[in-house]
Design a protein around this ligand. Structure first.
Ligand code: SF4
Length: 346
């Protein structure tokens, strides 16, 4: 097991100075030195879980336009929130977002302490620390994948993930003991995020331009690009399913709403069994990777003159569905185009 030496912590001042020159301009960020709006920090942090910045940007803008404050979000229906979230994945986040907004409004605003934040739906230790540091200047460090990687390299921690997670987190938390880091915890956290995202990148850390190069044990040992060590994950199991795309002449598609909990909970999806007897055509297969399994979905499509009474439906081009269902809809439309479908009903 790696013994971490803390005799010389890298100086926070060097990292902060680098951040003030090279920080990323992100729509949810306040200017350096300013304290951010907790609503914006919270919204962006929930969206950024398991999701890259480029994917999040348009969703963040859409949400902020639809719900400029937490009060607006709390007043929306959960269905509306899920529809706006469609395509961003990990749908439990959308339901918790809505629940959390209602809890925040009920208590008159975001709590300004870690314990209070941790008590809110969908807020774990990382998100509580992110909001605490960035929106309330609490001297805590949110440890995400970027911070873990930088820390493993700084202290040359060679124990493999996920076993080393605890010791890496502990080492990372020492970084906030520096007085300059404690004086600007929000900037310090975001500086670490940016260092990990733009300089200390997963495959090829650019140590030559790193403000902490002179203080980095991993770099000195020539180990930087091999850290953190990760145990190879077992391959995901593969599952199979079927999606039925039933369209009318005006290109409305039949949808169902999933139960509120579980996979794609609360979201609009395609039926797994034929909603009616029709001339179903094969529209190929689509692949999608979920966290715990990979899915091969066989797509079948049919067009009828009118959809059955009382079904949920939406225009196929703008239906607010998760990415896997969007892939199935695209495959169905492509198959109809290839078959020379001219919107006559079957
Ligand atoms: Fe990462 Fe290299 Fe900087 Fe060390 S010197 S923190 S490995 S970029």
């Amino acid at each position: 097991m790696t013994t971490v030496s803390y005799s010389s912590l890298p100086p926070a001042r060097k990292l902060l100075n680098w951040y003030y020159r090279h920080r990323r301009h992100l729509p949810w960020r306040a200017a350096p030195g300013d304290v951010a709006d907790p609503y914006r920090v919270w919204l962006s942090e929930i969206m950024l879980q398991q999701t890259v910045v480029a994917t999040v940007r348009p969703y963040y803008d859409k949400f902020l336009a639809a719900y400029p404050t937490v009060t607006h979000l709390a007043a929306a229906s959960v269905e509306e929130v899920c529809a706006l979230w469609a395509g961003l994945g990990y749908y439990a986040r959308a339901r918790n977002l809505h629940k959390c907004a209602q809890a925040v409004v009920a208590m008159g605003g975001f709590p300004d302490c870690i314990e209070g934040l941790r008590g809110l739906p969908g807020i774990g230790p990382y998100t509580a620390n992110a909001i605490g540091a960035i929106a309330f200047s609490l001297p805590v460090l949110p440890v995400d994948g970027n911070v873990e990687r930088v820390t493993a390299r700084l202290f040359a921690i060679t124990d493999p993930f996920p076993g080393a997670k605890k010791s890496i987190t502990k080492a990372a938390e020492r970084l906030i003991e520096d007085k300059d880091a404690r004086a600007a915890p929000g900037d310090f956290a975001q500086a670490l995020f940016d260092l990990g995202a733009t300089v200390c990148t997963p495959k090829s850390p650019n140590c030559l331009i790193c403000p902490w190069a002179a203080h980095c044990q991993g770099q000195a040992d020539g180990l930087a690009d091999t850290l953190p060590v990760k145990v190879k994950k077992a391959e995901r199991p593969r599952r199979e399913g079927v999606a039925y795309v039933l369209l009318d002449k005006a290109n409305n598609v039949v949808l169902l709403r999933r139960p509120p909990h579980g996979l794609l909970g609360g979201m609009l999806v395609l039926p797994e069994v034929p909603p009616i007897m029709a001339r179903w055509r094969q529209a190929g297969t689509v692949e999608h990777v979920f966290t715990h399994f990979a899915l091969t979905l066989t797509v079948r499509v049919a067009r009828v003159s009118a959809l059955p009474e009382g079904v949920l439906s939406a225009p196929v081009g703008s239906a607010p569905v998760p990415s896997v269902m969007r892939k199935a809809l695209d495959a169905a439309c492509l198959a109809l185009n290839h078959a020379g479908d001219d919107k006559r009903s079957a």
